[in-house]
Write a protein that binds this ligand. Structure first.
Ligand code: PEP
Ligand code: MG
Length: 427
């Protein structure tokens, strides 16, 4: 139509973006010095745009509906409170004063939290867990380290595949994974193999239109069918594994066969690298995400086949409660505090421990400090989250004992509604 589209990477003055929607790749390109905040009509807390915004530390409120969005005008003064989900257009002086004060308090609290960023995530009675960060691209490493992240629990590799017109080559991927591994030194860097589909599209792959993209052709389902996509990535990961502590993680595993097929692909690629006398890490750890209820129910079987689990609650919630994570109309049903979720989480951790493996979590629930006592109490070993959440979750862990956490977990599991659970954990 000849209408100029907004290229978010070209913004060169301080702004608050008010838009219908931002794609994950629009969001990934935002310049954090210029974009102070954003508000969107569509989207939800765990849509990938919101997740990216959190990684970048950009306050945002999403899924506010059309009525508010249409009132936005250029040059308008706007307050975006990402903590409470409130947005004010043309705020009065009292509100401005209130928010300037809040901003000051927020800065003071951030300073307090950062003071112990290099301390371990250890409870008062000496139980240690790992608090690590989620990343989408190399830019995210600095904030993870600055906030005291002890490694990377989830590198969403699909962001390397976005904003381009063809698949990244093995060499391009190798360079990125190697740099991530080197920057993290001894610390673990868990890299998830390509997880496209759902709300993450790759226009150049020309996938079929689907009725239910989140239940469709995505993630490992694509990779297992497409050697041209999967093998270059596995080669790059195995090769980069010689430069640091990289671990490979498969997304969206729903069956034991899928896991075995993905592992077989790793072995196939290893044999090729060996044959070609290319350097790679023979002993790389292999893990999988638990995002599908079916995987939870056979976690005892899956645990025998992997080195670790990482619970992807963003998807696990949507598949357990049959609630699209992108749909703000039914956002009330997308319940992280649903007792079903809590029981599933416990089952996964128990199944991992039964086989002597560790279990982490890299969905957004891991970064909610209210849930930290519960997760600690059921024995979660690793908490992976946006960099900004690391200090407060560490603070929460350091300020309690394992014994207390276990008591809290037990009581949490006795409630029968999300409302009761949330009330209890919030208090
Ligand atoms: C998850 O589903 O919880 C997860 C971490 O993966 P993503 O948010 O990228 O789907
Ligand atoms: Mg997921």
């Amino acid at each position: 139509l000849g209408i100029k589209s907004l290229d978010t990477s070209m913004i060169n003055e301080e702004v608050i973006i008010v838009a219908h929607d931002l794609t994950p790749s629009d969001t990934a390109q935002l310049d954090t010095d210029k974009v102070l905040a954003f508000v969107t009509r569509d989207g939800s807390r765990t849509s990938h745009s919101a997740i990216m915004a959190r990684s970048l530390g950009i306050p945002s409120v999403v899924g506010v509906g059309s009525e508010l969005i249409e009132k936005a005008e250029k040059e308008m003064e706007i307050i975006v409170d990402g903590n409470s989900g409130k947005v004010y257009f043309n705020p009065d002086q009292a509100t401005l004063d209130e928010y300037n004060e809040k901003l000051e308090e927020y800065k003071v609290e951030q300073e307090r939290l950062k003071a112990f960023k290099d301390k371990k995530a250890e409870t008062g009675d000496g139980h240690q867990v790992e608090v690590v960060g989620n990343m989408g691209n190399l830019k995210d490493i600095v904030p993870i380290l600055d906030n005291g992240g002890e490694g990377v629990g989830l590198f969403r590799s699909e962001f390397l595949y976005m904003d381009r017109s063809e698949l990244p080559t093995e060499e391009e991927q190798f360079e990125v994974y190697k740099e991530a591994a080197e920057k993290m030194g001894e610390r673990p860097v868990i890299i998830r193999t390509l997880d496209v589909g759902g709300d993450k599209e790759l226009p150049y792959l020309d996938f079929p239109e689907e009725m239910n993209p989140f239940l469709g052709y995505r993630a490992i389902r694509v990779c297992l069918e497409r050697d041209d996509i999967f093998k270059p990535q596995l080669r790059a990961l195995l090769r980069a594994g010689s430069y640091g502590n990289i671990k490979i993680m498969f997304p969206m595993i729903a069956t034991l066969e899928e896991l075995k097929a993905a592992k077989a692909k790793v072995e196939e690629v290893k044999a090729e690298l060996k044959e070609e006398e290319v350097e790679y890490n023979e002993n790389i750890d292999i893990g999988m995400m638990i995002e599908v209820p079916a995987a939870v129910m056979i976690a005892d079987q899956l645990a025998k086949e992997v080195d670790f689990f990482s619970i992807g609650t963003n998807d696990l919630i949507q598949y357990t409660t049959a609630t699209d994570r992108m749909n703000e109309q039914i956002a009330d049903l997308y319940q992280p505090f649903h007792p079903a979720l809590l029981r599933l989480i416990k089952k996964v951790v128990d199944a991992a421990h039964e086989e002597g493996k560790w279990a982490g979590m890299c969905g957004e629930m891991a970064g909610d400090k209210r849930l930290a006592p519960f997760l600690l109490g059921v024995g979660l070993d690793e908490f992976s989250m946006s960099a900004v959440s690391i200090p407060e979750v560490k603070d929460q862990i350091r300020n309690m004992s394992l014994e207390e956490a276990e008591e809290i977990a037990e009581e949490t599991l006795s409630y029968s509604t999300a409302r009761e659970v949330e009330k209890f954990l919030s208090e």
